[in-house]
Design a protein. Structure first.
Length: 110
């Protein structure tokens, strides 16, 4: 036919400008503070912007869009209690290492 094979295939749309991507990322991060780069990428794809995850990570790092970390541990120890407080008996103890000859020696520091 005399036509190049590449003409049969659909050409991709022009790449989106970084400023448009960053503005969309700011909007997503304002609405969802805990979204990381994967969820932000999924939200961008839903909006029609297909962006590589490495570019999303780089832009989030450059524009300080890191997600807030959820606090996973809550301290439950209550030091103000009326129960007995037991002494730490191991505080003054010194560990002893047994050698192959059976004689006790003190551990050496490296």
């Amino acid at each position: 036919m005399g036509i190049a094979r590449s003409t049969y295939y659909d050409r991709p749309e022009s790449a989106a400008d970084d400023t448009a991507i960053v503005e969309a990322m700011f909007a997503i991060s304002d609405e969802f503070e805990f979204y990381g780069y994967r969820r932000v990428g999924a939200a961008l794809r839903q909006q029609g912007l297909v962006v590589n995850y490495k570019k999303i990570r780089r832009l989030m790092r450059e524009h300080d869009l890191q997600p807030k970390m959820k606090r996973r541990f809550v301290a439950t120890t209550d030091s103000n209690h009326d129960g007995p407080i037991f002494p730490n008996l191991l505080k003054e103890m010194v560990p002893v290492v047994r050698t192959s000859s059976g004689s006790p020696t003190l551990p050496t520091s490296r």
